[in-house]
Each structure stands twice: as C-alpha cells, then as structure tokens.
Design a protein around this ligand. Structure first.
Ligand SMILES: [Zn+2]
Ligand SMILES: [Zn+2]
Length: 263
C-alpha cells in the first residue's frame, strides 16, 4: 500500500520563521521525492505570525502537482492558546485544516512531551490520574469547534508510561465525541521515534476508532522536510492489518470523503 498524504508538518520548527518560497519549497521537493501528493503545513499556533497565506498560494502555483493545505496545530498552551484560537477563527476561511493537540498538563511552562525533560512531570505522580487528566483535556480541545482532526491522540504515553487501570471507557468517551463532531484522528509515525517507540495511537484505540467509522489522516509530525512521510511503509503495513484502506484529505476544513490509498 502506498500512502500519499502527510497532514502534520512544521516548516518553521520551533520558532517563528516567516513562510517564504525558500523555506517552503524544500518541503514540497521532499514530498515529491518520497511520493507524497498531498501535504498540510501545520505549524504550532504559537508561531502563527510566520504563517503567510500568500506564500502558500505562490507555492501552490509553482507546484501544481502537489496538493498543499494551509493548516495549523492548535494546542492547549496556557499562555498562547487563547490568541491562537482567535487567530484560527479570524483565518478560518484561509485554512484548510486544523489539528487539535494537548501538549500541556498542570505545568504552564513546559510541554509534557519535550524529551527528555517533560518526563519529569510524571515522576512520583499517579499515572492513572495523569492519563485521565490528559484525555479530559483532549475532549476539551475537541469541543472547541475549531478542530478538524485530533493529533497524536495518545501522546501522553510518549515517555513510555502505561496506565495501570483499564482506559477503554475513557477512550470510548473520547472517540465518541470525535465521531459525533465529525472529526478525524491522525495515525502518526512520530511515536516510533520517541521513547515509547509506538505509533500514535495504540492498537486498541485504532481498533475502537475503526469500529466507530472515524476517519484517519496519515502524519509524520515532521520538524524537518527530510522527515516527511517517515515510517510510512511501516504504517501502511499496520493499516492493512486493521483493514484501513482509505484516509481523509481536507480542503477548507471539509473532509472530501475518504480517498482510497493506492494498494
Ligand atoms: Zn503536537
Ligand atoms: Zn506537531
């Protein structure tokens, strides 16, 4: 199976680097090289100042063979997310795709998913309580009305922690919300390069999402253009095992039905 779309990428990395052809063209070149035909730029909303829609338009004109989606990764940053949400609302019509993420727990200053520092937030804590708190926050961002797709829905496992209690009911509640709101979730290979060394999401969550008919996107969470499509062959194998043959692509927030992956 050949996957053709990568809907999670960070051209700016972790700082503001305003969009320009020099910044973005290497991403399209890399996409083309690895056989991707549909990509979304989803920089963190805290770097929204660098998102220049006119540059994305120019990039589209220069690269008509690749679909290029204007996106953003909106998270629960306690300092920036209010302004981020406002920005998403103000630019809703220019955006194709909004990812929703939870990167913050109780610590306002540090993302829990920074490696290895974020693991400190788990030390000496009740892991089950952390999982419950995390999924509560996921449901909160899912109900913002501003999100098309949830990113790395079980990111909380990043440092390798596993819940002690059965979380099936919590997952079901979360996925039910996703289904009811018509959102997608992503299959992200980023988990394979983190300490947990596991796809986001885990197999039981994929199984539950398939059972609910929730659509998927495919994603690398690339922070460098060479990471685009990383691990996609392995992901394709996994998707075949689950019988997933279609993924969602987005234009102006509308999942355009499901598009068949080329098997
Ligand atoms: Zn993220
Ligand atoms: Zn990301």
């Amino acid at each position: 199976m050949k996957l053709f779309s990568d809907y999670h990428s960070h051209p700016q990395g972790h700082r503001v680097q305003p969009y320009s052809q020099d910044l973005l063209q290497p991403w399209v070149d890399s996409a083309r090289k690895v056989g991707l035909r549909d990509i979304a730029f989803t920089d963190h909303d805290r770097y929204r100042e660098g998102v220049v829609f006119a540059e994305i338009d120019r990039l589209r004109e220069n690269n008509p063979d690749i679909k290029i989606r204007a996106g953003i990764e909106l998270d629960n940053d306690p300092r920036h997310s209010a302004a981020g949400r406002k920005w998403v609302e103000d630019h809703w019509d220019a955006l194709d795709f909004v990812l929703g993420s939870v990167h913050f727990l109780e610590d306002d200053d540090e993302m829990f998913d920074s490696v290895p520092r974020g693991a400190g937030q788990f030390e000496g804590r009740d892991i089950d309580a952390i999982f419950a708190d995390y999924f509560r926050r996921v449901r909160e961002i899912a109900t913002s009305g501003l999100v098309d797709c949830l990113a790395h829905i079980d990111l909380i496992k990043i440092h390798g922690h596993q819940p002690r209690r059965d979380i099936a009911a919590m997952i079901d509640e979360t996925l039910e919300l996703v289904r009811a709101r018509g959102m997608a979730i992503e299959l992200s290979t980023a988990g394979w390069r983190k300490p947990v060394n596991e796809l986001y999401p885990s197999d039981p969550i994929i199984r539950a999402a398939v059972a609910k008919g929730i659509p998927f996107t495919t994603a690398s969470d690339a922070h460098s253009h060479v990471q685009l499509g990383e691990g996609f062959e392995r992901l394709a194998e996994k998707m075949s095992k689950f019988g997933i043959q279609e993924i969602s692509v987005f234009e102006k927030h509308k999942g355009q039905g499901r598009v068949l992956c080329t098997l």
